[in-house]
Design a protein around this ligand. Structure first.
Ligand code: NDP
Length: 357
């Protein structure tokens, strides 16, 4: 089947189009095969192209590897899919061939830059009815990441979010544009931090305050605002040195970052030492900030069909809309990677897998 694959890690020239990728088969009774209509790219695709996370991901891939090949290559990138169910394993009762579905495929599985992809039934959900496949493919990975950070790790939900002051750093990208809409839909007061040229988009998505991080000292600008109940950090780096001081103290206020050294530590130090290092880092930071009266947390993308069901409801009720930066045809996948690599995302980079171009 037609797929974009890599045979080694590296820069953009490692991407290779083939018509001869082996058609996927159902290994476990809970799996479904999806015909991919559209996919999208995320920063993790760029990182994985260069070998990021290979140590940990290869451990998870092992059960599949022993079924045929002794390496992870040829490896297909791409995490998001919107498409149509082609075949279901024997224990799949929620879906049948012909259903229009969406999913985010975890990074240890073969990806969606391909004509077909295999997913576990519990990773799949019915596509929002109001969206085309192209629109739908822009949401699962960033939506589930934001859901994990805001809801599962941060503890915010539709019942407790009303009136809470939420700060989103890096609000103009894939995760940020979703997170702004999510907490706004739950009634929060949202402060979005982005470049000046994204401020109209942020207002359109519902942000109450928009701060341009390039105009003057960001920390000083944010200190002039009332304290926050929740911070989502999509930027990382030096931000966490000062951002936690913007939280209300001793009130359960939480800072959640998506930029963590979890997989890098394992690539650098091996699995055991990498996990140890990660545990020590997150543990010491959590305790340090707990003594200062605020919560410090890391969050990760979590594949989940049930969470996608909830996201689909928000989409179909008009509370969350896809934010698409640019759409590429399947033949333009390398160009789409270069676009993503250029940074300054305003929402998502989408691939129309079955377009005729
Ligand atoms: N832990 C996990 O499981 C996951 C982690 N992530 C991570 O979260 C981060 C965000 O992901 P995603 O939204 O998909 O990325 P995108 O590339 O879509 O967006 C990043 C956005 O941040 C903006 N930006 C860059 N620097 C700053 C800054 N200093 N302050 C404010 N905004 C800034 C960029 O625009 P501009 O430069 O023009 O301002 C861009 O709009 C990435 O680092 C990603 O790796 C994502 C998913 C899962």
């Amino acid at each position: 089947m037609p797929s974009w694959v890599i045979d080694r890690y590296g820069r953009n020239d490692v991407l290779r189009f083939t018509r001869n990728m082996v058609f996927p088969i159902i290994h476990f009774p809970n799996e479904v095969i999806i015909k991919v209509h559209a996919a999208s790219l995320n920063p993790i695709d760029l990182s994985m192209r260069s070998g990021y996370g290979a140590t940990a991901l290869n451990m998870k891939r092992d059960p599949l590897k022993i079924k045929g090949s002794d390496t992870e290559f040829p490896l297909t990138l791409g995490r998001d899919v919107s498409g149509v169910v082609m075949e279901c394993g024997l224990s799949v009762s929620c879906f049948k061939p012909g259903d229009e579905v969406w999913a985010a495929i975890p990074p240890w599985k073969q990806g969606t830059l391909s004509e077909f992809v295999v997913a576990s039934g519990n990773e799949v959900s019915f596509k929002p009815k109001c969206l085309s496949h192209t629109e739908a493919a822009s949401l699962p990975y960033v939506g589930l990441t934001a859901w994990s950070a805001v809801n599962q790790v941060g503890g915010l939900n539709r019942n407790n979010c009303s009136g809470k002051r939420v700060l989103i750093l890096g609000a103009s990208g894939g995760v940020g544009t979703f997170a702004v809409q999510l907490v706004k839909a739950w009634g929060a007061h949202v402060t979005a931090v982005c470049s000046h040229d994204a401020s109209t988009l942020m207002k359109k998505l519902g942000a109450d305050d928009v701060i341009d991080y390039k105009s003057g000292n960001l920390e000083e600008q944010l200190k002039t605002l009332p304290l926050f109940d929740f911070i989502l950090d999509n930027v990382g780096g030096s931000t966490e040195k000062w951002a936690l001081d913007l939280l209300k103290k001793w009130s359960g206020a939480t800072y959640v970052t998506l930029v963590t050294p979890f997989l890098i530590n394992m690539d650098r130090l091996g699995v055991a030492d990498g996990m140890l290092q990660t545990g020590v880092t997150v543990g010491s930071k959590t305790v340090k900030h707990l003594f200062k009266g605020v919560h410090y947390r890391w969050a990760f993308f979590m594949p989940s069909g049930p969470s996608l069901d909830e996201i689909a409801e928000l989409v179909d009720s008009g509370k969350i809309q896809p934010v698409i930066d640019q759409v590429f045809s399947f033949s333009e996948v390398p160009k789409a990677f270069l676009k993503l690599e250029g940074g300054h995302a305003r929402g998502k980079t989408v691939i129309d897998v079955i377009s005729k171009k």
